[in-house]
Design a binder for this molecule. Structure first.
Ligand code: SAM
Length: 373
């Protein structure tokens, strides 16, 4: 049982606050949750060396906080891009090594003589303009086809995805130099910021997080092994793009969701149905959630806790969630509402989802106790 004092302590960390420290703010993964409350939840519900699991690891928030607090961690996600972010966020690399690799990369940018691969389609290129498209393809080719090892590929791919997302949102054509503009300075700035974060991580950790690609809710963990589960499943009522990024060019009235990320990572482009469980009047969604929560109940030790960060606007969905907890014999110990943020910079949720989605308004942390056996 949680004490009144513990609940009041946790409530203090519910209001969204700016993400700072380590790699917490290197990439705003869509519908990412904020780290301060997860950090406190981990401290409240576990001791060092215990095992924490997140079946929807996304941008790796739980994994990073678990690692920083010396807990063992295993995280799953269907989206290879989520795992890329989680890997970069939780793997220390020294500043010197990263700076040398960045210099190597920039030298190759100046002198690259080999053929350049195409990671963008024709509409992507039309929206981004010729010079930026050429630079994105050049950087992507160098990062992924020369001698960079996996950890540097991950690092630079993430920086490249970030700057592609940013340039995709801008209306560059309003600038006179639209056809000749360069994204290299922006890429360098992003890399330097990421270098600060990655090199500030602990250089050796007792338990490097385990990050696993998975799509069927099965977790390769024996029964009753996990001490604590902290997760945020997909949302049924909010339109979230976990894998595609939006690029737009208003002057030619074009806006599209590019498949650049899956082209870059050479993975399949996942549909909304697979990532957000849309379809069949919500049944796909609830079947998926049930499959996942029942797997959580299996791997979680009896009487241990599962914290679910989620929210539903419609009353019928709120009721369905509570019925599902009951069906799976979870006891709802407490729910802590996440207040809506007025500070847009405070959270990727508010930057990815304009405030009118009221995502925070209905979001809560549901603290659930697993059945006894
Ligand atoms: C709300 S996000 C999690 C965000 C995460 N808490 C963070 O801080 O970044 C939900 C995640 O569920 C993942 N997902 C959707 N369907 C899945 C499935 N069948 N198996 C595993 N992960 C899935 C999505 O790719 C997405 O990363």
């Amino acid at each position: 049982m949680l004490t009144e004092e513990q609940i009041n302590h946790l409530r203090k960390f519910a209001p969204p606050s700016r993400e700072t420290g380590y790699t917490r703010s290197i990439y705003s993964y869509p519908a990412k949750f904020l780290s301060s409350l997860p950090h406190e939840l981990i401290k409240t519900f576990t001791s060092p060396n215990e095992l924490i699991c997140d079946p929807f690891v996304g941008g790796g928030t739980t994994g990073l906080e678990a690692m920083l607090l010396n807990r063992r961690f295993v995280g799953y996600d269907i989206n290879p891009f989520a795992l890329l972010i989680s890997r970069v966020k939780t793997k220390y690399i020294s500043k010197e090594k990263l700076e040398i690799k960045l210099e190597d990369l920039l030298k190759l940018v100046k002198n690259f003589k080999k053929p350049i691969n195409d990671y963008l389609d024709s509409i992507d290129k039309e929206c981004l303009g010729e010079s930026i498209s050429t630079e994105i393809n050049l950087l992507a080719t160098i990062i992924n086809t020369t001698s960079f090892s996996l950890q540097f590929q991950d690092f630079f791919n993430l920086a490249l995805i970030h700057v592609t997302k940013i340039v995709g949102r801008r209306d560059f054509e309003q600038r006179k130099d639209f056809q000749t503009i360069s994204l290299i300075p922006m890429f360098i700035r992003k890399c330097k910021k990421m270098i600060e974060g990655v090199s500030s991580l602990p250089s050796s950790v007792k338990y490097p997080p385990e990050l696993i690609l998975s799509s069927n809710h099965r977790m390769d963990i024996p029964n009753d092994k996990v001490d604590f589960i902290l997760t945020s499943p997909p949302y049924i009522e909010v339109d979230v793009e976990y894998q595609h990024i939006q690029i737009q060019r208003r002057s030619i009235n074009k806006s599209k969701r590019t498949q650049f990320i899956s082209n870059l990572l050479q993975t399949e482009s996942l549909s909304k149905k697979e990532l957000c469980w849309t379809g069949q009047g919500g049944n796909v969604y609830w079947n998926n959630l049930e499959a996942s929560l029942s797997e959580c109940s299996r791997i979680l030790k009896p009487n241990h806790f599962l914290c679910l960060w989620t929210g539903y606007k419609k009353k019928e969905n709120q009721e369905r969630l509570l019925n599902l907890f009951e069906k799976l014999a979870f006891t709802l110990e407490e729910s802590i509402p996440i207040p809506q943020s007025d500070n847009r910079a405070a959270s990727s949720r508010s930057t990815h989802h304009p405030r009118e989605t009221k995502m925070f308004k209905q979001d809560s942390i549901f603290i659930l106790r697993n059945k006894l056996s």
